[in-house]
Design a protein around this ligand. Structure first.
Ligand code: CP
Length: 316
């Protein structure tokens, strides 16, 4: 593995999951794999789980980690090729990235979408600029369209909790007060359909279709009750509209998952990437019930990150 930006960088999902689970069983199995190497974690946006789980994972492999909150501490960065930088941006990525590539053996980057212009966000301008100019492997800590470390964690968590060989996974839209990116739903759709070892259903209100490039192979329905029937896993997440990019059309609270709705499922395990707005996206009664595996899911972020960092180290 050279970079880790999407499921397309992975040759064998089950092998990577097995590697992550092996680290969960024995966190220090490769404690010297990263000795003498240093990774840079660049955050253009906030984080709790991604930042800390990646630091713990790196430490387990003997890697030195430096975290830089670009959004708060760095110069405002420009990504547009040929930009006339007479506005707010101070430093072009083509100047900064090669320097960072000389300081670090690997760069891990979080860069959310602007949600203003779909073409710009979906071109993955930031990740691609770092890949082009840094000269070292790049790991996405969530990009404009995808969150691959989250999705690897999600498949790992599903593998641990599945009671059948081919579980039914339902991704359901949930209400939210702010327009959120499509990264997590795009990414789980991309990974589960590539994995091919589950029946995968996506349910959302009218006009909330995700981009087809990520959902090919999924069953899509506007009827949440129908989708939830016999589900083994319910993945709850809000996203803003794709068609009318970055907008909110509805905040309908009837889409929030409740214990009553869970009765339609096969006593499903409930997942969410976190952070979650309680009693807006997901009810207290569900989050605090034994059906919820959100804490186990978030805890597994360490092992997914460790497997990915280890694979990149292995390939030099
Ligand atoms: N799920 C997730 O990426 O959490 P953070 O935004 O806290 O990193």
């Amino acid at each position: 593995m050279k970079n880790f930006i999407s499921v397309k960088d992975v040759t064998d999902i089950n092998a990577l999951v097995a590697k992550a689970l092996a680290y969960k069983a024995n966190p220090f199995a490769d404690k010297n794999a990263g000795t003498g190497k240093r990774i840079g974690l660049l955050f253009l946006n906030p984080s709790l789980r991604t930042r800390l789980s990646t630091q713990v994972a790196a430490s387990n492999l003997g890697l030195e980690t430096v975290v830089f909150n670009v959004d708060k501490e760095g110069w405002a960065m420009e990504f547009e090729e040929g930009a006339i930088m007479s506005g707010n941006t101070v430093e072009h990525v083509k100047d900064a990235a090669p320097i960072l590539g000389n300081y670090f053996d690997m760069l891990c980057i979080r860069a959310f979408p602007t949600l203003k212009n779909k073409a710009d966000d979906y071109s993955e301008e930031v990740m691609n600029a770092f890949i082009k100019y840094a000269g070292v492997p790049i790991v996405s800590l969530e990009s404009a369209t995808l969150h691959p470390l989250q999705s690897l964690t999600d498949i790992l968590t599903i593998t641990e909790h599945a009671k059948s060989k081919r579980p039914k996974i339902v991704l359901t839209w949930a209400p939210h007060i702010k327009p959120l990116p499509q990264c997590v739903p795009n990414s789980i759709a991309q990974w589960v359909t590539a994995w091919g070892e589950a029946d995968f259903v996506i349910t959302h209100p009218e006009d909330y279709e995700l981009d087809e490039q990520f959902t090919k192979g999924a069953t899509i329905t506007l009827n949440q009750d129908e989708a939830l029937k016999d589900a083994d896993f319910v993945y709850v997440k809000n996203w803003s509209t794709v068609k009318d990019y970055g907008r909110i059309y509805t905040n309908d609270p009837s889409w929030m998952l409740t214990m009553n709705k869970l009765k339609l499922t096969n006593n499903a395990k409930v997942m969410h990437c976190l952070p979650v707005r309680r009693n807006v996206e997901l009810s207290d009664e569900v989050l605090d019930s034994s059906n919820s595996i959100v804490t186990q899911q978030a805890s597994n972020r360490v092992w997914a990150a460790q497997a990915v960092l280890s694979e990149i180290l292995k390939n030099g």
